[in-house]
Write a protein that binds this ligand. Structure first.
Ligand code: FMN
Length: 184
């Protein structure tokens, strides 16, 4: 079974992270970390607590618990996604701060040259945001903004969410059936 780290941080759009979790939960071994603000956003936007993520094949970590397997490059994982990724978390990863488990696990992905998918949600973007995103792209991360398209004729918010989640799954190398075939 493939093994992924999923982090949810304190940006709007935690529905993307939850949908990714729901899709992967029966298909992969998941290691989940929520930042304090990420947990707050789950409560505000989805009315769920961190207990939601306690399932079979899932390990949930406290973001303060640095002494966790995912903080080490010797723990084999297939990739990590931060969905959504707040600009605070983006900035701290770009700065190599590694002051929380999420930041450290992302740092490990970069140094081990493993797939790190970052899904920022902010608008507009400042020069600081853009510089941090560029630095992370240059370090090997995939910057995948929570930016759904409309050419597929979405009917519901779930369709819009699925568009973004489909792109994340593709980046993680997970086959999926979330999108209808592309029609130009
Ligand atoms: C209701 C709410 C919505 C927020 N939305 C965003 C957002 O969309 N994008 C963002 O970068 N930060 C957003 N923030 C700010 C972050 O939560 C804040 O910078 C926080 O320190 C990020 O911490 P974390 O990266 O550890 O989760 C929001 C905060 C709150 C309370």
């Amino acid at each position: 079974m493939r093994r992924f780290i999923l982090a949810i941080t304190g940006a709007s759009g935690v529905c993307y992270g939850k949908r990714l979790f729901d899709y992967l939960q029966s298909r992969a071994e998941l290691h989940v970390v929520l930042s304090e603000r990420g947990a707050e956003l789950c409560n505000i936007e989805l009315d769920i607590g961190s207990g939601y993520f306690a399932r079979e094949n899932v390990t949930v970590y406290k973001n303060s618990k640095m002494n966790s397997p995912i903080a080490s490059g010797s723990f084999p994982v297939d990739g990590m996604a931060i969905v959504p990724a707040s600009m605070g978390t983006i900035g701290r990863i770009a700065g190599g701060v590694s002051s929380s488990l999420i930041e450290r696990a992302a740092d490990v992905m970069l140094k081990e040259k493993k797939k790190l998918v970052l899904v920022p949600r902010e608008t507009p973007l400042s020069a600081i945001h853009l510089k941090n995103l560029l630095a992370l792209d240059q370090a090997g991360a995939v910057i995948l903004p929570a930016s759904p398209a409309f050419y597929q004729g979405p009917k519901t918010v779930d369709d819009l969410v699925d568009f973004v989640v489909a792109r994340i799954l593709s980046q993680l190398g997970v086959e999926h059936d979330l999108l209808p075939p592309y029609r130009p």
